[in-house]
Design a protein around this ligand. Sequence first.
Ligand code: GMT
Length: 374
Amino acid sequence: MRIGITCYPSHGGSGVVATELGKLLAERGHDIHFITYDMPFRLVSFHQNIQYHGVEANRYAVFKYPPYDLSLASRMAQVAKTYHLDLLHVHYAIPHAIAAVLAKQMVGDYLKVVTTLHGTDITVLGEDPSLRDIICYGIHHSDAVTAVSDDLVKQTYALFCKSAEKHIDRIYNFVDTKVYFPRDVSHLRRKFSNENEKLLLHISNFRAVKRPLDVIKVFRKVQKQIPARLLMVGEGPELSRIIDLVNNWGLAEKVFFLGKQDEVSQLISLADLVLLPSEKESFGLVLLEAMACGVPAVASNVGGIPEVVEHGRTGFLSPVGHTDEMADYAIRLLQDDAMYESFSKAGLERVKKYFCGCKIVKQYEEVYRRVIGK
Ligand code: GMT
């Protein structure tokens, strides 16, 4: 098949999933065309079946806001015509689904649109009255819609699809187990922690929705009971508040801020435990990446997280904001070697069973075949 893929090329789960999917599809012989404003950061190596088409928004002085959405739609249509694309697979509804629907109108009905919903496009933007109706339009005019967890399917139905008959396929995110696997990184570990110390890790875009301050609250309690350090990976609006809290609580020597990182598989393998206390999370890709590295998690019991982490078997889940309980779970897991081993092993099995790229790519291919009728 000839497939156009549009996603946010910067750091963030939806772009990672879109790029990794494109790579897998290319390996399976499909022609893949990324249509984005920047080269997706995970698209590092050359593949004969992958092409990249940049999108440039016009910045004419009359425009207060450059019309990126229109440039994207126009570029999608141009690439679709030139390369005879069968479909556009867009990740994240806004503005990608709407731009793709517009491109389809420009090119012809044979060009199909598959939209994958990733979470905040529904759970945050879907509540914004200025975007709600256009998101709904994008969903209803896509030829197929997928969402990354059952919870997101449910939330999308609740918000947008009450009356209309719109089928949404749940297709889980996946992880490349050639990149994410348990490995010995003890040489790196010495840089961040002493031998007797446990290493906790949080990776996110440090937005309020991730509740990064809760990470510090959990860590404060944990390190009172067991020697531990914390790695904070990422950047975002909450960063300065987090740094303030770390300093005010006298934790500066135990918390490392590593900024944005392109390649996190080694960092994850460094850790003993991943923390993700988010308020909303349609999936929580980092939890899956951690599980594939044999690293259990303590997270909040929201959204799609319970579909990724099995409470009491591959990690522990608590209600949002229950940082004391999260810390107690973390301490329990880090102090009990037998429990830790069994969580780590169960996680690896779970990855193989439900989240292997080799299975997920076939589910997407099935959706593609259904819409283009091949
Ligand atoms: O979490 C974010 O703010 C980024 C966002 C994105 O678009 O990358 O993440 C969403 O998509 C990821 C990939 O499907 C999911 O793993 C995240 O759970 C989801 N984020 C939220 O639902 C908050």
